[in-house]
Design a protein. Structure first.
Length: 324
């Protein structure tokens, strides 16, 4: 038999609640996060939960909360106007981070920043950014320096795929766009931001790669190659920054339903929908959770790689689909 105390904190840090359970009474049913969430108020999520259990008749032992190490930290997200980037910004906002958000569509960025403010971001700032253009990246870095003076968390997420042509039918513009954003963009942004990161201990760079960087597939030549480049850039930075205290890692998802397929298939909604037909793909929220979890590890822990796919996807070309 166990006695237990469960404490939890709402993301606005206003509601600290706890429940005590004697001898396993209701312990399992009350542990469900929905029960705890509903007591924090609508739209408010949980940032800290800790559980302390001890055998009946024995005094409680010390226990520590799930830590929020990102509160008030400066986090920069590229490609924050949609998909993984926008959702990562929202989840960082839940933890009370300061946000520097970049992408080309400023109206969408403004919308995301407003949501982040509502969800508890310490601050949310936006600036146009085209990672395929060195001038744009460098002026973004100047803006970040003037706005924040530092970057603690850098999420190199901007990018995507253009086309599904076989090599024999491929287009230079598509190939160039993919290498520009998925590979060279990470190099440019990292080069520009490192001076704002190196003076501060405990910083982290998370690059968004893909299963495509690990496994080639037909119609994916340039996309797969650009994500393989992302993998090599991540590994190189990890080596080059060894000893500085900065951490570097890659999060590599498989198929996730965002605007990715609409961009890749050049706005053909029918074809984009078909990519996810009969499958429950990853969501932007699933991927953002992994990114934010990796960023929230203590400074001595570096998450080098996460490869994540939906359960139905065992490889890029091996997807179990159910009939509609
Ligand atoms: P989305 O299309 O929803 O988001 C892509 C984001 O990248 C947008 O915010 C877009 O903003 C931004 N972006 C694209 N090109 C540039 C550029 N040149 N400069 C600045 N920003 C740019 O797709 P996802 O969220 O799915 O994609 C995010 C990342 O995840 C990409 O790197 C993608 O390759 C990768 N990925 C996606 C997977 C998926 O299945 N969805 C799986 C694995 C990896 P804007 O257009 O406003 O500039
Ligand atoms: C996107 C995932 O499987 O379409 O990076 O290449 S996949």
């Amino acid at each position: 038999m166990l006695n237990a105390t469960i404490k939890w904190m709402s993301s606005d840090n206003r509601n600290e609640r706890w429940m005590e359970f004697k001898e396993n009474h209701q312990l399992l049913t009350c542990c469900r996060s929905t029960d705890m969430g509903s007591q924090c108020g609508a739209g408010v999520s949980l940032t800290a939960i800790f559980v302390c259990a001890w055998p009946s008749g024995v005094p409680p032992v010390n226990c520590s909360p799930v830590s929020n190490r990102l509160k008030q930290k400066w986090a920069l997200v590229t490609g924050a106007s949609s998909g993984f980037g926008a959702e990562t910004a929202r989840q960082l906002a839940d933890l009370g981070a300061n946000l520097l958000l970049g992408a080309r569509r400023e109206d969408r960025l403004a919308q995301v920043a407003a949501e982040c403010q509502e969800r508890g971001a310490a601050s949310a700032h936006i600036q146009r950014l085209d990672v395929s253009d060195t001038v744009s990246v460098n002026s973004f870095a100047e803006w970040a320096k003037a706005t924040a003076g530092r970057v603690n968390v850098l999420i190199n997420n901007a990018g995507g795929a253009h086309g599904v042509d076989r090599v024999e039918d491929g287009h230079d513009a598509d190939w160039e766009a993919m290498f520009q954003s998925n590979a060279l963009g990470i190099l440019r942004v990292s080069r520009a931001m490192l001076p704002l990161m190196k003076p501060y201990s405990g910083g982290i760079i998370i690059n968004v790669g893909s299963i495509a960087g690990r496994v080639a597939y037909e119609g994916g030549s340039a996309y797969c190659a650009s994500k393989a480049a992302e993998h090599s850039i991540t590994k190189t930075l990890r080596l080059e920054l060894n000893g500085t205290g900065l951490r570097v890692g890659t999060i590599d998802p498989g198929m996730a339903e965002t605007e990715f397929s609409m961009v890749r298939l050049k706005g053909d909604k029918q074809k984009a929908d078909a990519v996810y037909a009969g499958v429950e793909p990853l969501t932007a929220g699933d991927v953002a959770e992994a990114i934010v979890w990796a960023a929230n590890r203590p400074p001595h822990v570096c998450i080098d790689e996460i490869l994540m796919m939906c359960t139905a996807q065992a490889a890029p070309y091996k997807v179990h689909r159910t009939e509609a």
